[in-house]
Design a protein around this ligand. Structure first.
Ligand SMILES: [Zn+2]
Length: 241
């Protein structure tokens, strides 16, 4: 509990200090958000880039598998041709039948394989479209990120300039703080930032920072423009206009 009736302080100064502290905190918050927004955008670009890579990889695998099947088909077709030569040169009915059966079996196998190749080609069409879509998405994300970086950077420049002005205003106001209260004030601001000060809620007779109920005597001291700290949260109390 730090009530010091001996330090007089202007209510107007406390109001102004709190106002400028809040402005400073707001600006600082906006400045902190900037890099987070840029980082989030970078993550979106990275995700789109990974998805494109994955789509390309799937397409590549589908093409390889299709090529293998096509080679297999071709090689079996060649095999059928040489079996036909053998069939034509068969020296016995038995040999003839054997070759014929082999040819029939290979032709059947190639029919199945042809179907598979058709399916694989359709799949390749789908995967090609997916790669195009992923490329488009990546392009859009990159463009959006470039725009975001420019916008955020410009906004941050403006906020930084505002922050410089607010800090100047704060430094000027702080000069008005009674010297005997200054170390306390500095320590409090260091620990709590804008919450170093709090308006009194006259309706509830409570601290606007922590909602602790305040005594009438304490509120009266604030009204008489003495530096009074909230017994609960330590904030320097003032009366809002
Ligand atoms: Zn309080």
């Amino acid at each position: 509990m730090a009530i010091d009736h001996r330090i007089p302080v202007s209510l107007e100064l406390l109001r102004q200090l709190h106002h400028v502290h809040k402005q400073q905190a707001e600006l600082q918050g906006q400045l902190d958000r900037g890099p987070r927004q840029i980082k989030a955008g970078e993550a979106l670009v990275a995700k789109a880039s990974q998805e494109l890579e994955s789509a390309k990889q799937k397409l590549k695998q589908a093409k390889m598998s299709c090529d293998e099947k096509t080679l297999q088909l071709k090689s079996r077709e060649d095999g059928i041709k040489s079996l036909q030569v053998k069939l034509n040169a068969a020296k016995s009915n038995r040999e003839f039948d054997t070759f014929k059966e082999q040819i029939a079996a290979d032709e059947q196998a190639n029919l199945v394989l042809s179907d598979e190749i058709l399916e694989a080609l359709e799949k390749i069409d789908e995967l090609t479209a997916a790669v195009t879509a992923a490329e488009q998405e990546l392009k859009q994300q990159i463009a959006a990120q470039e725009k975001r970086v420019v916008e955020v950077s410009q906004r941050m420049l403006v906020k930084e300039e505002e922050l410089v002005l607010v800090r100047e205003r704060l430094a000027k106001a702080e000069k008005e703080i009674p010297a005997s209260a200054r170390p306390d004030y500095d320590r409090l601001v260091d620990q709590r930032g804008e919450e170093a000060l709090a308006p009194i809620d006259l309706e509830d007779e409570s601290c606007g920072g922590c909602y602790q109920t305040l005594t009438t005597q304490l509120i009266e001291s604030v009204r008489l423009q003495f530096l009074i700290r909230c017994p609960n949260c330590n904030a320097m109390l003032y009366l809002a206009k």
